[in-house]
Design a protein around this ligand. Sequence first.
Ligand code: BGC
Length: 811
Amino acid sequence: MADPWILSYEGYDPQEESLREALCALGNGRFATRGAAEEFAADGVHYPGTYIAGGYNRVESEVAGHTVSNEDLVNFPNWLPLTFRPEGGEWVDFSRDQLLFYRQDLNMRDGVLLRRYRIHDGAGRETSVSSRRIVHMHQPQYAAVEYCITPENWSGRVYVRSLIDGSVMNRGVERYRQLNGQHLTILRKGPVAPEGVYLVAQTTQSRIEVAVAARTRVWVDTPALHRLDLPAKSVDDEHIVGEEYSFPVEEDRTYTVEKVVALHTSRDRGITESGLDARLAITRSPGFEALFRTHKLAWQQLWSRCDMFLFTPGQLQPEFSPEQLILRLHIFHLLQTVSPNSIGRDVSVPARGLHGEAYRGHIFWDELFIFPFFTLSLPEITRSLLFYRYHRLDMARRLAAEAGYRGAMFPWQSSSDGREETQQLHLNPRSGNWDPDHSRLQRHINAAIAYNVWQYYKATEDMQFMESHGAEMLLEIARFWCSATTFNEETGRYEIVGVMGPDEYHEKYPDREEGGLRNNAYTNVMAVWCIDRARDVLMLLRPGRRNELCAMLELTDDELERWNHIANGMTVCFHDGVISQFQGYEQLEEFDWAGYERKYGNIERLDRILKAEGDTPDRYRVSKQADVVMLFYLLTPKELRLIFERLGYPFDDDTIERNMAYYMERTSHGSTLSKVVFSSVLDRIDRTTGFQLFRDALRSDIGDVQGGTTPEGIHLGAMAGTVDIVLRHYAGIDVTGDTINFTPRLPEQLKGLRLPIKYRGNWLHLEITQEKFLITVEENGPQPAHILVGGQLCEINPGESREFLLDKVES
Ligand code: BGC
């Protein structure tokens, strides 16, 4: 039976290799390396990539006579290369040799990638190889490979080559290849005494030094494990450093090559000079087995806090289910992208993880989908990630001022210093044209940041963070929204114009040149929500702190009075009984969905299809992703009703259902985030379709459903979104009120769910079946847990459990 901890691939398929590399990447929140084979450099099939959290560099490129400047998450020196050849033979090459067997297993419980293969070369020699690879989760400077070679039917001499390859470039995304991908200069390299080699590279503009040191040893297995004392022949190329060993081998004995690597950067803390630190780390490093032991322990501890266990009540053995495997895969990649090792590192979550180069490693509103998981498992991580935004608050103020606004306007795409990183032009790979890109007008990113601050506070009651940093962000964002609002004399209402909603298919009105739309409902309602929260936070602060902040920000009663007017008089447009995605939506044409499906099959990326036809989705009622529906995703019906009624608009019992039906028919789900949102909202309305979309969302990356985007990096927002559906809907956790509320309800396809969460200092262990909900407060918790179950308050002491029958729990 398949193991729900192991993602396995049987057989070697060059076409699928880049997808496997992304899905089998290993990382520790500080750096990650794609699951590429040790034996190959980037060659069209393989793409080894190592990315360091916050490791950005800016370069200029010439495109169609223009100079464009891009900041990329850099592909740093490849520490993987390890290969062998028999005497008189060639280095292993899967395209030449005959592969008799190939298997790759990502063991997520232990955080180890295993590869096994058996190869037949031109001279009739058969050799088996098995390797284990880790990127250390507790000592985040270390990574290691153990590579075992067994000559099956021959004896002779074997040559082993172990390198650090600094010749790498950013070449992982085909459509960026005409841009400059050269980010590194090699500063120095050479041997390490008493053993090993090192290489120091520096990014060309941001001047981040990255040092990699490697130590390679060889062991033979029989009679007892015994280290071979071999002289190393050095390899020293312009950008590459390494060692070669050769030794006699006997048929049917196993020779183990162990490569331990240390990686340090000039941005690390507690260091002197990265090259020296890496060299010292490698001389002090234990071997693979000892590193693996502590690495496994770190993963064990993380899983004890983060696992979601699906089970069938009454059965002793866990059953295998694809949902279980994929949920773990998603949690695994979340923890590899940000982990306790990320804390204090001035980083946030690149939309595509540390797993590839798509979107250049930039940070988007996807934080909104990713933070809730951390907030309920490792809230100290969310806190650290929120600082990424706080440290860029001044830049956001500058961006607001440059655009003629007040307060803080965070960029749609952010990376090192928080300037706007969104391109003005975007290459359409279907047509080969560079189309104008207005996506920077997605000002709703600011609502996402405010929402994240507020959610973190609600789940943790971390008033210290709120007083010292959170409140300032909320107030500056609210101020931005108010300054971006204009009063319409005709309607007597406030409006926000020139923005884009989350649906990136609508960048502008079809008959207009300039980008942006009027009164995007999601933006406007969330702006009101932000103002509400900013006013709440003023009430929450100690008077002394409130006065300090108001003085520092020059926030006056007059300004607060204007906030009040806006929060009571914002525009929301309606048509045909539904909320209009933006003003004038009803004037757009309906789209021929069936016709296009017949013609193109998969039409998720309708924007590219239409633009390649010389048309534009701007003309049609088509959405790439949830837009109006985002409101139902983020805010409870009660919250929405309060806002709508205060604004003088209807919000009846059927509003959500009506809008869902309308927009469901008009959404292509061209973003992997979309099905997460629809599934989540449908969970309250139509559980069958909701669960179907949950399953679809689970398949986004493992099935590479967008046909080629996952190899360029996982979709971390969608991964986290699926985990969040389990937390928020199946476990029914709601932290938006003053006390956590549980209304668990498993879909009929799931029998049992067990998971831990952390809420205001207490670890709560939840066990949910179709009939019952059992909650246990972990021993030694700081205080009794006060929780609501179906709105009913109960107090549970540390070490105690309480069981609830679900048919008695109100949803
Ligand atoms: C989506 C955005 C998302 C971005 C990064 C785009 O395709 O439309 O909503 O933030 O990808 O994941």
